[in-house]
Design a protein around this ligand. Structure first.
Ligand code: AMP
Length: 450
């Protein structure tokens, strides 16, 4: 099935072809014809399903007729975070390459005045976070009475972030007759209530069971001591021993821990950026851009900052903290294994509370997540006699096929030195603490012919 049967305009089809997409994703296939038929749509879909294009493509088609008036946007898209809003703006730039539409971004953390002057010129598409939108409205700088189409994206995240009262206010400021497209990954009772109140006879489109984890992501648990420095040590070991690590997102539960862990990883020589809600907008965008472009390898992030980010090929996700809400686990590990690629997600488990949280996650996702060190114990049974090194259980990837794919960095160094037929360089001081976690056979001196 191609895009051509969906009813999209020629301009939009040309932009889609230029992007290289051949077939619509299920949410696009099912939602786009209804959006074009001006129906309200309730889309139950997670990020990564192509849901952004499911509303952007038909909106572009519909906006080809008519024009914008000053301070009266024609369409409004609500996003829970500034990053998501900026991502949707990028989608309009990409898919709207053949259109001359005015798109404005109204988000916190950037200057009011620039946003205001854009509004004065008239906007076809206004993409906003709820708080800043209401600020503009209260100042009398923005009228929502011309909105023909309202998109509420990531509604369950809005609920988590306490935005539902704002959403209710905004829904009352836009005309009753507008079309509404509503996207959520899950349907808690509060979200159901909102949909019943503000959607008119919606078409329900559900593309994947909520709370399913991506099949292409290998998930593991790693034991750690409880103290923050123990956990940081465990994380460094996991990162250093991961083979095939292209880039990774490390999730913390609290913003202050994001900052601490970021500094610690920097001190230990890792290429790392941070993303949390207390950073100002330019800093957040810059961090994200550096990570996207591969200029830094690691991104330490909080859930709010990272929710729904479109970073297509993250190879690893580390949960520095096991998330408190099981739903967050699904969202976090959804950052890897995207678009059919394989990924690895490892959660550090430190103590009974974490173990309890893991049990809740396993219940939600309907599968158990193996501990890496159990598998490692089995491996060790087959190895030569243990040494002082095995006092700390070593951690390695757990299944046989992964064992080879994830050789510890020390082995790689030995191989590299062997192939160059040069003496092994001295291990940097910083790595010494890690050596105690490696099995003895990896640490035996290697004689290399000069
Ligand atoms: P989203 O769920 O909107 O965050 O989209 C996830 C990713 O899928 C983005 O990187 C899109 O560029 C990509 N994408 C969207 N639609 C398609 C499609 N029809 N074919 C291939 N990739 C797509």
């Amino acid at each position: 099935m191609s895009f051509s049967h969906l009813g999209l305009s020629e301009k939009v089809l040309a932009a889609v072809a230029a992007t290289g997409y051949k077939t619509p994703t299920p949410i696009q296939d099912q939602a786009i014809p209804h959006v074009l038929a001006r129906r309200d749509v309730l889309g139950i879909a997670q990020t990564g399903t192509g849901k952004t294009a499911a509303f952007v493509l038909p909106m572009l088609t519909m906006l080809e007729k008519g024009r914008a008036r000053a301070r009266m946007p024609r369409t409004l898209i609500l996003e829970p975070t500034r990053e998501l809003a900026a991502q949707v703006e990028e989608s309009f730039a990409r898919y709207g390459a053949n259109h001359k539409l005015n798109v404005a971004l109204i988000i916190g953390g950037v200057s009011f005045d620039n946003q205001d002057s854009k509004l004065t010129r008239g906007v076809d598409v206004l993409i906003a976070t709820p708080g800043r939108l209401l600020d503009h409205n209260e100042r009398g700088r923005l009228l929502l009475t011309g909105v023909e189409l309202l998109v509420i994206d990531e509604a369950d995240r809005m609920l988590d972030m306490g935005f539902i009262p704002d959403i209710e206010r905004i829904c009352k400021l836009v005309p009753f007759t507008r079309q509404t497209l509503f996207f959520t990954a899950t349907m808690p009772p509060e979200i159901r209530r909102i949909t019943e109140q503000f959607l008119h006879n919606p078409v329900r489109v559900e593309v994947a069971k909520p709370a399913t984890t991506v099949a292409t992501t290998a998930q593991f648990l790693a034991r750690s001591g409880r103290e923050p420095h123990d956990k940081r040590d465990t994380l460094r070991r996991l990162i250093r021993s991961a083979q095939g690590l292209k880039n990774a997102i490390v999730f913390c539960n609290r913003k202050r821990d994001v900052a601490t862990l970021h500094r610690s990883l920097q001190r230990h020589g890792f290429s790392v950026q941070a993303l949390h809600g207390d950073m100002d907008q330019p800093a957040r965008m810059a961090a994200l851009e550096q990570f996207r472009k591969g200029e830094v390898t690691l991104l330490v992030a909080s859930d709010v900052a990272a929710r729904g980010l479109d970073i297509p090929d993250v190879s690893h996700v580390y949960n520095f903290d096991v998330p408190i809400h099981p739903d967050d686990y699904v969202h976090r590990i959804g950052r890897t294994g995207r678009a059919g690629r394989t990924g690895v997600a490892i959660s550090i488990v430190a103590g009974a509370n974490d173990a309890k949280a893991v049990a809740a996650i396993e219940k939600l996702i309907g599968q158990s997540i193996p501990y890496m060190d159990k598998q490692m114990d089995k491996q060790l049974d087959k190895q030569p006699a243990p040494s002082a090194a095995s006092q700390h259980p070593p951690q390695r990837q757990h299944s046989d096929h992964r064992r080879h794919a994830h050789r510890p960095a020390a082995v790689a160094r030995i191989d590299e030195a062997r192939s160059r037929r040069t003496p092994l360089p001295a291990r940097p001081r910083q790595d010494d603490s890690d050596a105690s976690h490696l099995p003895a056979f990896l640490l035996r001196p290697v004689t290399v012919k000069a």
